[in-house]
Design a protein around this ligand. Sequence first.
Ligand SMILES: Cc1cc2nc3c(=O)[nH]c(=O)nc-3n(C[C@H](O)[C@H](O)[C@H](O)COP(=O)(O)OP(=O)(O)OC[C@H]3O[C@@H](n4cnc5c(N)ncnc54)[C@H](O)[C@@H]3O)c2cc1C
Length: 452
Amino acid sequence: MSAAEKDALVQALGAGVRQPLLVDAQALEPYSHDFGGTARRLPAVVVKARCEEDVVHTFRTARARGVSVSVRGSGHSLRAQSLSDGGIVLENAPGDPDIVVGEDGRVEVSTRTRWGELESALNMVGRTAPVLTDHMATSLGGTLSVAGYGARSLVYGAHLDQVERLRLILPDGSARWCSQAEDGELFRYALGGFGQVGFIERVVMRTLPFQPVVRVQRNGFESFGALVESLSWTQGWDGPSPDHFFGQQKRGEVMSVFGASHPDEASASTTRIPGPLESLSHQRTHMLVRPGYFIQARTRADAPMEKLPRQFWSDYCFDYEGLRAFVKALEEGPRERYWDDNCLVRILALKRGSVRWPFDIRSLSSPASRLYGIGIYYRIEPGEDEKAERARQAHADFLARCLELGGRPYLYGCNAMTPELMERFYGDAYARLRALRRELDPDGLFNPGGLP
Ligand SMILES: Cc1cc2nc3c(=O)[nH]c(=O)nc-3n(C[C@H](O)[C@H](O)[C@H](O)COP(=O)(O)OP(=O)(O)OC[C@H]3O[C@@H](n4cnc5c(N)ncnc54)[C@H](O)[C@@H]3O)c2cc1C
């Protein structure tokens, strides 16, 4: 884009959005990388959108001028999805609270809300989001565009399963409400769809009564494989069960953590955790905790990209047998390459919902009612290029193994996905998405980095 074209673009955008635009190099720097820290792309301009009108004006201006727009929530993905090389970054920027909780427990909320803000508002009126991910500073729009899993996914699935309706702004700037019954296909391709068919502006979601105390059982294991073996009861379990779970290996310590929610300490301290857990003979610890115990991730410091660690993270989803085979390969694989000291490995159990979202990790061909996500997260300090290369190669191995075992990668992560791999993992859904995009965005200007 020439300097004159950029000036004209900035003028046209500025005429219709409320916040000042970011245009100088220093202001653009934080938008040139994401949490992964492995790619740099400098946009021409950043729009901080605070309302639907800002988004509509940006999309219309971009289309009229043939400029691409990339949508960014809080930029916590790792595959450069939210970056733009010389185009517009539209940041779904937090602003005034916009959260309405109805008598029936449904909440209508703007997607620029951060999860921490929503959860505090819900707790104040005795409600909670059924699923909370490990990171409360991400935007609703960003997590709903990937899926959103957490410790309560064991029982409640993903964030996106809780959405009943959403307001979608299409790439041409027109807007509509969608649900399973109204524009069902757009609804399914918008949620967990990496911003490929439009911008999710607002959602109406189910919530649950808030239970502030969790009774926890923590179990220690000798190896990650032993932890996975201990989970076999969860695969088909349909009776009363704990409602929180994660398993992890961190700095050599392997554990599983199960929790059951309670309205108060008295009931938590006198009620056993439902399910067969108490009869499992592992090194056990019992505790009473707040639900925040299950939310552990910290926001990364704000700094120029070269001073930040590079994060090679991805999660892979399998049925139970697939998980066992994957972990066996992980444990038998080249130790230095797979089990770096700074590598965290985490497992979540994922209940399947009634909807098969096209790009959701749970939409596997396996008929199992409960699936498992295993995340392998390498944090590489600046300058450690050899380690970075090992982490990249490890994830290339994991992706190949995932394909072989009938699993799916979680596409917020660092995997290098090619169109060929997309076809192999997502088949008809990928072909249909490409057709939808040709219809909705014929010039390919909307969120071009979302999926290959
Ligand atoms: C420390 C950390 C912990 C994490 N823990 C978990 C976890 O426990 N569970 C889990 O499921 N995930 C987890 N993730 C992954 C995280 O949920 C995703 O990276 C999520 O996309 C982050 O949201 P964001 O607001 O930063 O989105 P961004 O990274 O800014 O955007 C993600 C994608 O969504 C698109 N997008 C953003 N907003 C919209 C919108 N309104 N409409 C349409 N498209 C949009 C973007 O274009 C992009 O393709 C974690 C990530 C980090 C860094």
